[in-house]
Design a protein around this ligand. Structure first.
Ligand SMILES: *[C@@H]1O[C@H](CO)[C@@H](O)[C@H](O)[C@H]1NC(C)=O
Ligand SMILES: *[C@@H]1O[C@H](CO)[C@@H](O)[C@H](O)[C@H]1NC(C)=O
Ligand SMILES: *[C@@H]1O[C@H](CO)[C@@H](O)[C@H](O)[C@H]1NC(C)=O
Length: 552
């Protein structure tokens, strides 16, 4: 997250040339360092401190500058920092008396290129930061300001959040003034308890803000501050695609300065179509998804949708594809979704959400993948991982599923992170950044689709036996509607991505189901045979008949 925030920050410098008049609140604990940063790619940095008798010059990084004598209380604690193209000014060994307003200017060619004002608050201590635990039921959370001094006579709590687009702390509650939020539109989004120490935040408050800070104040002094943050959801999502497949990587539009970083270079213009890739841009639906019309080997690799406010990462992995299967079940019955998983392989199961989005709902390797609510308690994975049983079937379960079988291989690579850390504290002890680390890379063995059909209630008589064969056109109209549904699908996909934080894998499957196959399916539906494992590649269609089974 740190490098991500740094990137956000750089994008701001590069594109916005931040001209921020209101001071940005910054909280530090006594004895720590503040970095009045940063100036990027300019000639020099100049820093002032606001004082009653006018601004005091603290530093000028220009080599030609005549020596500066900082105010007595700061002497020996000021240092210009320079990392590559980044210029900053540090004040070390902070004390409460350093609290105040600071302004840094970046100068280029004798002109002010940009400036930034900090409102520094130095507190006695920093309480260890804490991840916010979001309730599954309603997406809300209780956020408690943890401080030994809370509740002590004469203490008050200040609450701040960081929000789009600036990600600077904004004061939203000051318990010395009122126990109501300072912004009226927040009143429905939160409840205040324990004299302001405890906030009950609803999901909208949490969705919009990634970081919260509380400060415990007594007699104008800050006793402590604490950062509470939302779980990091910025990790990369794996997308498994086969050659020739259409893939959509969802991303929402967030205004200007947005772009896609791809293995084949940067793309930022929706009109450009190159290498079978283009941006499906639509300001109305806030769409900025990347569409790869036909995946090829050159498309394999990492993708990032980057904007000043967010970054979404994907990793596209090429998968051999196996012939699709059909399964039949009946309402309230159960069905086993088969996928041939070998030893030392893991399996992931996805289901289709909209025409372009698939949802990961089971991962044999990461039990922490949260199973969607409607599937909870209904899934059983067989011991060898080759069969996932879905019980208490409901009509909504009908649809397309696919499994991805992965072989784990350890790959060593040198770290390819950003060279600079935005976080001041970390820059002190980040000697480990040039290290080599071991990355577990998944290698896709194959992916395979299963179409699940449910028999209607009248036909559900388990004792009677096999279902009536599906008429052969069933597979046909589906693939037709695929083509017409693109535009709508992309829109839906975007809405879905906005609303859901679960890992979403987007695969567009170009299905070519020949009529004979449906015949074979129909026949095989009559055959109540069991789990004959399929170890063949697509060319071998014969075996298909062995696979479809009817689970009554
Ligand atoms: C910083 O140093 C440069 C080079 O000597 C000078 O031109 C500039 O005026 C100085 N800025 C301040 C605020 O002292
Ligand atoms: C920091 O301040 C403390 C007292 O406030 C002092 O003892 C210590 O020497 C200072 N350290 C530096 C590096 O200035
Ligand atoms: C508050 O912080 C202390 C350590 O500073 C920790 O031991 C305690 O569990 C925390 N309390 C809560 C409710 O998080």
């Amino acid at each position: 997250m740190t490098s991500f925030r740094f990137l956000q920050f750089l994008l701001f410098l590069l594109f916005h040339q931040v001209y921020s008049e209101a001071p940005e609140p910054v909280f530090k604990a006594e004895g720590n360092i503040i970095e009045m940063g940063y100036c990027f790619g300019v000639d020099y940095i100049v820093v002032y401190r606001a004082a009653p008798k006018g601004d005091q010059l603290l530093g000028n990084s220009s080599a030609d500058s005549k020596p500066i004598t900082p105010p007595a209380d700061l002497q020996g604690r000021i240092q210009i920092s320079k990392q590559h193209q980044l210029l900053g000014l540090q004040i070390r060994n902070l004390t409460q008396l350093d609290s105040g307003i600071y302004r840094r200017e970046c100068w280029q060619d004798q002109a002010l290129s940009n400036h930034h004002t900090h409102q520094l608050t130095v507190c006695n201590e920093e309480i260890e930061s804490k991840e916010i635990i979001v309730r599954q039921e309603d997406g809300g959370a209780e956020v408690l300001c943890n401080s030994t001094s809370i509740g002590v006579e004469g203490t008050f709590v200040h609450w701040y959040y960081e929000t789009h687009p600036n990600y600077r702390p904004i004061l939203f509650l000051d318990s010395s003034m009122s126990l109501k939020p300072l912004m009226e539109d927040l009143q429905g989004a939160m409840e205040v308890r324990d004299s302001g120490a405890l906030l009950l935040l609803n999901h909208s408050m949490l969705n919009n803000n990634q970081h919260f800070y509380c400060l415990v104040i007594k007699g104008g002094k800050c006793l402590s501050f604490q950062n509470m943050y939302m779980p990091d959801t910025s990790e990369s999502r794996d997308v498994f695609a086969s050659r020739g497949e259409r893939v959509v990587l969802p991303c929402t539009s967030s205004g200007n300065y947005q772009q896609w970083e791809t293995p084949l270079g940067m793309i930022n213009d929706s009109s450009v179509k190159s290498n079978h890739m283009f941006i499906s841009s639509d300001h109305k639906t806030l769409d900025y998804s990347l569409v790869i019309s036909a995946v090829d080997d050159e498309h394999q690799g990492d993708y990032s949708c980057i904007s000043p406010s967010h970054e979404i990462q994907y990793s596209l992995i090429i998968c051999p594809i196996r012939e699709p299967k059909k399964k039949f079940g009946s309402e309230a019955g159960e069905v086993s979704l088969e996928c041939d998983v070998g030893p030392e392989e893991s399996v992931q199961w996805y289901r289709k959400e909209t025409s372009d989005t698939y949802e990961l709902f089971y991962d044999s390797n990461h039990e922490t993948v949260s199973i969607p609510e409607d599937l909870r308690g209904r899934l059983t994975l067989s011991h060898n991982h080759s069969s996932l049983t879905l019980s208490d079937l409901v009509s909504k379960d009908e649809g397309e599923y696919y499994c991805v079988v992965l072989r784990e291989t350890a790959v060593s690579e040198t770290e390819d992170g950003y060279e600079y850390e935005y976080d001041e504290e970390e820059s002190e002890d980040d000697e480990n950044s040039d290290g080599v680390y071991w990355d577990e890379e998944h290698r896709c063995v194959f992916k395979q689709e299963t179409v699940l059909r449910l028999m209607t209630n009248e036909r559900r008589r388990p004792e009677v036996g096999p279902p009536e064969p599906e008429p052969s056109p069933t597979a046909g109209p589906k693939s037709d509607s695929n083509a017409t549904g693109y535009a709508l699908g992309v829109g839906l996909a975007l809405l879905f991505v906005v609303a859901v934080i679960v890992a979403v894998i987007v695969i567009k499957k170009k299905r070519k189901t020949p009529p004979q196959q449906s015949q074979a399916d129909a026949q095989s539906a009559l055959n109540t045979s069991n789990d004959v494992k399929m170890n063949v590649e697509p060319s071998c269609t014969d075996s298909l008949a062995q696979h479809d089974e009817f689970n009554a």
